[in-house]
Each structure stands twice: as structure tokens, then as C-alpha cells.
Design a protein around this ligand. Structure first.
Ligand code: GRF
Length: 191
């Protein structure tokens, strides 16, 4: 059973999906701690409701310290609106994942769903990747495509992408927990 930390800033629907998957034993692990850099994030309430240690910390050194003290095996960024520093990455090499609401390397950064709509692509989606020094540049673990139809607006597209996010985030964490992910150069392989 791996110990997972989930870092959040907002609503926490990805966090909820991870909590539910651990409970349902779809992931061989437990969410040991949820850290939010936003005091009023709804995600903290979700953690408390699931009896998971939930803390507000807006300081990276402190965050690293607590994650090391908790002996965390995997740090899952889930709507965490902060870039992590190289010190953070060095403390958890190939042990930090992020979920992004587009098919990377397209539409990096903020408002990826709006970027995709504005660009006029017909297919976008979601990506789970390991976190490296760049912004949304780390090795890709899983992706899921989402079609954009003419009826779509930002709201409907974001909802569809969020559903894809939940599916691939759970699967990626589950593969990690079972030791099935192998990283060679920047390519992630799994059985
Ligand atoms: C998701 O779209 C995620 O990809 C992005 O922020 C959103 C967080 O949603 N980085 P939630 O807080 O997990 O509901």
C-alpha cells in the first residue's frame, strides 16, 4: 500500500476520484494527507469528510518537510495552482504526478480548455504526467482524447475533460502503486 499525498487549490473533484478509488481498492494505496495552498479550498472539506488529514500550507519548504515526515510515496498534484521548485522535484524524483486538461504538449499552462476552444481543435483531452522542471513538460503517463462538437461551450467541454481526467488519473496512480510504470529517457512504459 503506497502513501499518497494530494496537493490541491480548489474544488477537488480529482481528489475525490482518488479517495473513492482507494476506498474501492482500485488503487493499492491510501491518501495519507491533503495539502491546500488555498485556505478556503473545497477540496479540504472533501478530505475532512473522508477522515483524511487536511492542512492549509502556502509555503513550499514546509510542504516538503511534512511530505518527507509522512514518508509519502507519491505526490499527486490535482488542480494545484502553483509551480513546484527544483528542490521539491529533487526531494521526490519521479514521484510527483500532475493532471492537465489538454493533450500535452498542446495547450500548456492555464485555461487549457479555453485555449483548445479558441484554437478550434476538434479533439482535445486530458494528460497525466510526471512533473519535471518545466511547466507541463514532464514524461507523459496516460492521455485520453475528448471530442469537441459544435454544441460545446467552455462549461460542457470542461465537464467532459474532467471526466476523462478522473479516469486516467486513477489508472495512472494505480499503475504506479503496483510498480508497473517504467521510465526510459522521457517515455513511460507500462504492462
Ligand atoms: C482540473 O481541470 C485540472 O486538470 C486542472 O485544474 C482542475 C482541477 O479540478 N489543473 P478539481 O479541483 O480536481 O475539480
Amino acid at each position: 500500500m503506497i502513501k499518497i499525498a494530494v496537493l490541491v487549490s480548489g474544488n477537488g473533484s480529482n481528489l475525490q476520484a482518488i479517495i473513492d478509488a482507494c476506498k474501492a481498492k482500485k488503487i493499492k494505496g491510501q491518501v495519507a494527507i491533503v495539502i491546500s495552498n488555498v485556505e478556503r479550498a473545497y477540496a479540504l472539506k472533501r478530505a475532512e469528510a473522508a477522515n483524511i488529514k487536511a492542512v492549509f500550507i502556502n509555503n513550499e519548504k514546509e510542504t516538503i518537510k511534512i511530505l518527507l515526515a509522512e514518508k509519502i510515496d507519491l505526490v499527486a498534484l490535482a488542480g494545484y495552482m502553483k509551480l513546484v521548485s527544483s528542490d521539491f522535484i529533487k526531494a521526490f524524483p519521479n514521484k510527483i504526478m500532475n493532471i492537465h486538461p489538454a493533450l500535452l504538449p498542446s495547450f500548456k499552462g492555464l485555461k487549457a480548455q479555453k485555449q483548445a476552444l479558441d484554437y478550434g481543435v476538434k479533439i482535445t483531452g486530458a494528460t497525466v504526467h510526471f512533473v519535471d522542471q518545466g511547466m507541463d513538460t514532464g514524461p507523459i503517463i496516460l492521455q485520453k482524447a475528448v471530442e469537441i462538437v459544435k454544441e460545446d461551450d467552455l462549461n460542457s467541454l470542461s465537464k467532459k475533460i474532467l471526466m476523462a481526467e478522473h479516469q486516467i488519473y486513477i489508472k495512472a496512480i494505480s499503475l504506479f502503486a503496483e510498480g508497473k510504470l517504467k521510465l526510459i529517457k522521457r517515455t513511460v512504459y507500462y504492462d
